[in-house]
Ligand binder design. Structure first.
Ligand SMILES: Cc1cc2nc3c(=O)[nH]c(=O)nc-3n(C[C@H](O)[C@H](O)[C@H](O)COP(=O)(O)O)c2cc1C
Length: 292
C-alpha cells in the first residue's frame, strides 16, 4: 500500500497545531523543533510545516507561498460522521465556512483553515460514491427520489424511503436520490418513476423543490406524461398548501399519482418512518413488477 503523507504549509506553527487539534480528532505526534509538527489520528499522518509567507516552495517557483485564501488543485477531504457537528467544531477552532452542498453521495462543507487552505468536510450518504457510479445496468428500471432534506428529521425520512426503495424484491430497480437543487431535466427524463419529498415551508413546498419544478417543467412537458409518482410531505403543522401546489404542477405535467400523498406532520415518529419505507418499497416493487 502506498503510504500517503499530508503536508500543510503554515506561517504560525503554534496556531496551526491549535487549530488542527481543536477542529479535528487529531493529536500531536513528533515535534521537529520549530520547523514542523506531526499530527496523528487521521488515516494519513499530517505534517504542519512552518514556512514564511513569500518563501519559494521549489527552485524557480513563479510565486512564493501565500496564506491568503487560495485554492490548489490538490486538497484535503476529511470524512466525518456528522457534518453539522464537525462544521461547528471547525468554526469554533477558527475555520471559515464557505459552502455547504448536498449531493447523491452525501453532504459537503467547504471551509478555509486560518492559513487560507481549502478543506472539505464530507459526510457520506448510505451509498456514498456508489450513488454516482455510471449508468449501471441499462435494463434496470430507474426510481428517482427527489428529496429536499435540510434537517435531521427529513434526512431520516429520506433514508427510510431509500431503504424501502432498495427492497430485495425490487432487485431490478435502481433507486437514486438527488437533491432538488442538483436535479436536472435529464434525471427526470431518464426515470421510470419518481418519489418527491419536500418540507412544507410558509404554507408551500420548499423553495428548493419549487426551483426543481421551475427548471424541469418545460423540458419535461409532453415528454413525461403518466410518469408514476408519489409525494411525501414533512410539516410541523400542516401540509395541505404543499399538496395543492405540487399537484397543480403535476396536473400540468400529467404525471400519475401511484398513492395518496404521505403526510408526516408534527413530531416525527416510527409510524411515519415506517410509512416512508413502505412508500419507497411500494414504488420499487411496483416498478419491478410492471404494475405502473
Ligand atoms: C421558514 C419555515 C417555514 C415553515 N413553515 C411551515 C408551514 O407553513 N407549515 C408547517 O407545517 N411547517 C412549517 N415549517 C416546519 C418545516 O416544515 C419543518 O421544519 C421541516 O419539514 C423539517 O422538519 P423538522 O423540523 O422536523 O426537521 C416551517 C419551517 C421553516 C424553517
Amino acid at each position: 500500500m502506498l503510504d500517503v503523507l499530508v503536508n500543510i504549509d503554515v506561517d504560525d506553527l503554534d496556531a496551526a497545531v491549535g487549530f488542527y487539534t481543536q477542529a479535528f480528532e487529531l493529536r500531536v505526534g513528533r515535534r521537529f523543533g520549530r520547523a514542523a509538527v506531526e499530527l496523528l489520528g487521521g488515516s494519513s499522518r499530517i505534517y504542519l510545516l512552518r514556512n514564511r509567507p513569500g518563501s519559494a516552495p521549489f527552485d524557480g517557483a513563479p510565486a512564493g507561498r501565500e496564506y491568503l485564501r487560495h485554492w490548489t488543485p490538490v486538497h484535503l477531504d476529511l470524512v466525518v460522521p456528522d457534518l453539522e457537528a464537525a462544521l461547528a467544531r471547525a468554526i469554533e477552532a477558527g475555520a471559515t465556512q464557505e459552502t455547504v452542498r448536498e449531493h447523491a453521495w452525501g453532504r459537503i462543507a467547504v471551509l478555509s483553515d486560518p492559513f487560507g487552505h481549502g478543506l472539505c468536510l464530507l459526510a457520506f450518504s448510505e451509498r456514498g460514491y456508489d450513488a454516482i457510479l455510471g449508468e449501471g445496468d441499462p435494463k434496470a428500471k430507474r426510481l428517482l427520489v427527489v428529496a429536499h432534506a435540510p434537517s435531521e428529521n427529513t434526512r431520516r425520512m429520506l433514508d427510510a424511503v431509500m431503504r424501502g426503495a432498495r427492497h430485495p424484491d425490487a432487485a431490478g430497480v435502481e433507486a437514486r436520490h438527488v437533491a432538488p437543487l442538483e436535479a436536472r431535466p435529464a434525471d427526470v427524463l431518464g426515470a421510470d418513476a419518481i418519489v418527491l419529498l419536500t418540507p412544507e415551508n410558509l404554507g408551500a413546498m420548499s423553495g428548493a423543490m419549487k426551483d426543481f419544478f421551475d427548471r424541469i417543467y418545460h423540458a419535461c412537458l409532453d415528454r413525461t406524461e403518466a410518469l408514476p409518482y408519489s409525494l411525501v410531505i414533512r410539516g410541523r403543522h400542516d401540509g395541505t398548501g404543499t399538496k395543492r401546489g405540487v399537484e397543480t404542477i403535476l396536473n400540468g405535467l400529467k404525471w400519475k399519482a401511484v398513492e395518496r400523498p404521505l403526510f408526516c406532520i408534527g413530531e416525527l415518529d416510527d409510524a411515519c418512518l415506517d410509512a416512508c419505507e413502505e412508500l419507497g418499497a411500494t414504488m420499487a416493487i411496483g416498478l419491478e413488477a410492471g404494475i405502473f
